[in-house]
Design a protein around this ligand. Structure first.
Ligand SMILES: [Zn+2]
Length: 307
């Protein structure tokens, strides 16, 4: 799934190719990927000029100047799991699963949206709507300050891996970079954010920024279908240290990388570099029993209080 570095790579690729250009026509081949009415989407975009591009977390917004009413609107792009945005000549044959074509005036080029699994969405938004989308997202991961990060961790239970994936807390991280950041910070994915020692929490804050910065510099990671706007894969895959390396030796200590499922998602970690904290049970069955016991206890306490 494209995460912050991949979306940032798309933005950086698009910027010089589309900025200032007018949208001559829009063709929706599959309305499934459009949020709202496809007709309104087409009329909303046609004739507008591309003014600027913005990103927050994994969301990309293309700001459009609509010359008729001197108003502005935004094309919000969410790549979902397999969304691809490319800029190509109009003569290039369409690939299967291409759902939207945005024809640019002059130069015979177009922006294409392709998405095999169709979890991505395109939406034409008013400035108010885009602000509402932005406020639902937590601070952009590379921008969050240490004090904001530590404050957001305070008192949080559950696995730190799940906490990193919560876009309302911190926007931009997905499964790949959350695993990589935890390895970098030497933190077990099941550790509880609220129980991490302060130095570990600070390490994690630095690790998130470091891993994202490195991945952006290498144009992201290609899993499944991610490509940049020219159709090239990202270069970070070879730099991954834990993600999808189950059973392979840790690049730091040689121990086999392990996998654990946390809220339905695979998490990869090194059991030596990322030791299990004492508050985390070793076996999934024991963890489940412990949380069940805790739930029963709190239930009993409530009954007792009611009496
Ligand atoms: Zn290791």
């Amino acid at each position: 799934m494209p995460e912050l570095p991949e979306v940032e790579t798309v933005l950086r690729g698009l910027k010089p190719r589309v900025s200032g250009r007018r949208i001559a026509a829009v063709e929706v081949l599959n309305p499934f990927v459009i949020t709202g009415q496809p007709d309104a989407f087409v009329t909303g975009l046609c004739g507008c000029s591309i003014a600027s591009l913005r990103r927050k977390g994994k969301a990309l917004a293309i700001e459009l100047e609509c010359n008729s009413a001197e108003s502005r609107c935004y094309l919000l792009v969410r790549l979902g799991m397999t969304g691809q945005v490319t800029v190509t000549s109009q003569d290039v044959p369409l690939q299967p699963h291409t759902h939207v074509r945005i024809l640019l005036e002059g130069g015979k080029e177009e922006v294409r949206y392709r998405d095999v699994r169709r979890f991505g969405r395109l939406r034409c938004c008013t400035p108010e709507e885009i602000e509402a989308v932005w406020t639902q997202l937590g601070p952009d991961a590379p921008e969050i300050s240490e004090s904001q990060f530590l404050k957001a961790m305070h008192g949080r239970q559950g696995a730190v891996k799940g906490w990193l994936l919560n876009q309302q807390i911190l926007s931009g991280l997905g499964n790949v970079y959350a695993d990589e950041a935890l390895f970098e910070a030497r933190i077990h994915p099941l550790a509880q954010p609220g129980r991490l020692p302060i130095d570990a929490a600070r390490r994690l804050h630095r690790a998130v920024k470091k891993v994202l910065k490195r991945a952006v510099a290498m144009q992201g990671t290609s899993f499944r279908d991610y490509i940049d706007i020219e159709g090239r894969p990202g270069n970070f895959s070879s730099k991954l240290r834990v993600y999808q390396r189950t059973g392979e030796p840790c690049r730091r200590c040689g121990r086999s990388i392990q996998r654990v499922v946390i809220s339905g998602r695979s998490s990869h970690f090194c059991p030596r570099c990322q030791p299990r904290p004492r508050h985390v049970s070793s076996s999934p069955a024991r963890r489940a029993r412990k949380s069940e016991k805790a739930a029963n206890l709190s239930g009993r306490r409530q009954v007792f209080k009611q009496r």
